[in-house]
Design a protein around this ligand. Structure first.
Ligand code: ADP
Ligand code: MG
Length: 281
């Protein structure tokens, strides 16, 4: 067990690593319910550097979504501190873009209008109008170049998620929070979209925190894999993936990759509590 590997040292002499863009320190989250309180997370420490791709993996109900929601400012922690860019998170920070399993597009708005929604919310209609060119450029990059004026119900599930990628990127966020973003899609579409997303993010300073159930996917996409235990969720260990990014699919057949997958699986089993009490929310 080496929890300090999940934390970037800050300020120690000779430390050349950049300051983390996401810093989670001593974070716990308890939900009050009509029955017993639910302790979703206990004592989580994690720091993510600019440009780093980190995946969270763990059994259902272990607090992965809760952790992303804390970083995204959608929930306050019960204890501990969450910071983005060195500032405490008190609500959704402008530096953050989020994606969920469902694309959640507004059906009465065109694809372009959906992509521009975060800009409109922040900078009004004028701001959204000024960002139209950028929206169309992003849509072109994900293969939706001719669908700007279409409505979500005219698009396949995969295309809707491509539009959601653009909506996430429109504000040029420093931090991407990805909660099983392609989990509802078929395997091939998911694989393709994961690759596209990895390509878009690589070579930028954007940090990504991705929740996935898929060990191979997690290792393939990440610089580090954070393995969490069953409820109350905590970090079991962090596995470094020292393979250069972006990666080609062939890497999955290498002994190094296979060993990393086996290591993550072993840690998952260690933290797994299979008494069936965990919900699948
Ligand atoms: P995961 O995403 O890892 O599947 P979640 O973060 O969604 O897990 O949930 C962690 C635990 O917290 C679960 O037991 C879930 O039932 C509980 N939980 C999540 N949100 C709430 C809430 N708003 N109120 C009460 N309990 C919640
Ligand atoms: Mg979840």
């Amino acid at each position: 067990m080496s929890s300090p590997s999940g934390v970037l040292a800050t300020g120690s002499a000779g430390d050349t690593r950049p300051a983390p863009v996401v810093s989670i320190r001593g974070v716990s989250k308890r939900f009050a319910t009509t029955g017993d309180d639910v302790v979703a997370l206990t004592d989580v420490d994690l720091a993510v550097a600019p440009g780093e791709f980190v995946c969270l993996i763990g059994p259902s109900g272990c607090g992965k979504s809760t952790l992303l929601n804390l970083v995204g400012g959608l929930l306050p922690p019960t204890a501990g501190r969450v910071e983005i860019g060195g500032r405490p998170v008190t609500g959704p920070p402008s530096e953050v873009g989020m994606m969920f399993q469902k694309p959640v597009l507004l059906e009465w708005r065109t694809v372009r209008e959906n992509v521009l929604l975060p800009v409109e919310a922040r900078n009004g209609r004028k701001g959204a109008k000024a960002a139209r060119g950028r929206a169309d450029e992003l849509l072109g990059r994900v293969g939706l170049g001719e669908f700007e004026e279409r409505y979500p119900n005219e698009l396949s599930g995969g295309m809707q998620q491509r539009a959601a990628i653009c909506r996430m990127l429109i504000g040029d966020p420093d931090v991407l929070l990805l909660d099983e973003p392609f989990g509802a899609l078929d395997e091939l579409t998911r694989e393709r979209l994961n690759l596209e997303l990895a390509k878009i993010v690589s070579g930028t300073d954007k940090a990504a925190l991705l929740v996935t159930h898929n060990i191979i996917e997690g290792v393939f996409l990440s610089d580090r894999v954070v393995v969490m235990s069953a409820r109350p969720g905590r970090i079991v260990d962090v596995v470094d993936v020292p393979l250069p990014r972006p990666r080609c699919l062939e890497v999955v057949t290498t002994p190094e990759f296979t060993a990393l997958v086996a290591r993550v699986r072993e840690l998952l089993e260690l933290g797994h509590d299979d008494d069936g009490k965990d919900g699948d929310r």
